[in-house]
Design a binder for this molecule. Structure first.
Ligand code: URA
Length: 238
């Protein structure tokens, strides 16, 4: 694999591309024994790269699983109201992208990766990777269950693909706990599906992506690197 040195070092956890460019300007980076001058220099895994004379970790890609807390946005940058989930990750860290965004008030399984291809395979509706949610829903009308398997019009002309999973797990007064699995990720999709049939999602938690289930030992806000085995599970049928 051939990769730009600024991306390579960023993926290996040595800072953002901007920070790496600064290190290069300061002549602190070498590749194959020579000082690097161009952040676009192409490197291979076989080359020895150093920063401040220390050999860097040769990992090319990084993929992490996070138990997203409420109050964070699934975007690479914070906004005026909420910090980005990237604020939860120890710095310096690689340039992660987020596979399938969760709303600020949604909790649960989030995958972040430096590998754009992997992200695409997870979120593309064509790949049919199920995203499984536990939704607490108020005023749910059971007679509307079939509509989820047919597709729901969430705005004029926009009809969702049939759900893969729909199960009422518990009912307490006006609140139903519903397991719902979708294979696309339209904006606010789960909330809008319920809204379209006259209910309201009051709590939403993502439990699984494909065959990868949220590691319950991860406290809210915690994250860790995914193993190869877990990466494979994402694309196994749940
Ligand atoms: N659907 C929603 O409405 N919100 C999320 O965060 C995820 C899916």
């Amino acid at each position: 694999m051939v990769i730009r040195i600024d991306k390579y070092l960023s993926n290996a956890g040595y800072g953002t591309r901007k920070e790496i460019k600064k290190l290069i300007r300061q002549k602190r980076v070498t590749c194959g024994g020579k000082i690097v001058k161009d952040p676009a220099l192409k490197v291979e895994k076989a080359f020895e790269v150093t920063i401040d004379s220390e050999i860097v970790d040769l990992r090319i890609e990084s993929h992490i699983i996070m138990n997203k807390p409420s109050g964070y946005i699934s975007s690479n940058v914070s906004n005026a109201d909420y910090p980005s989930v990237l604020e939860l990750i120890a710095s310096p860290h690689p340039e992660y992208n987020i596979a399938g965004r969760l709303d600020a008030d949604t909790t649960g399984l989030l995958i972040l990766s430096t590998d754009g291809n992997l992200i695409h395979r997870i979120i593309s509706p064509k790949k049919e990777v199920q995203k499984l949610y536990y939704a607490e829903v108020s005023s749910f009308d059971k007679t509307k269950k079939e509509a989820f398997f047919k597709g729901i019009e969430i705005e004029t002309g926009v009809i969702t693909k049939p759900v893969r999973t729909f199960e009422i797990m518990e009912e307490k007064g006006d609140i139903s706990l519903i397991k719902i699995g979708i294979i696309e990720g339209k904006y606010h999709q789960v909330k809008r599906m319920f809204k379209a049939i006259g209910s309201e999602v009051v709590k939403l938690h993502r439990k699984a992506i494909g065959g990868l289930v949220l590691d319950e030992t991860l406290e809210s806000g915690e994250y860790r690197e995914l193993s190869e085995n877990e990466l494979g599970k994402i694309f196994e049928m749940e």
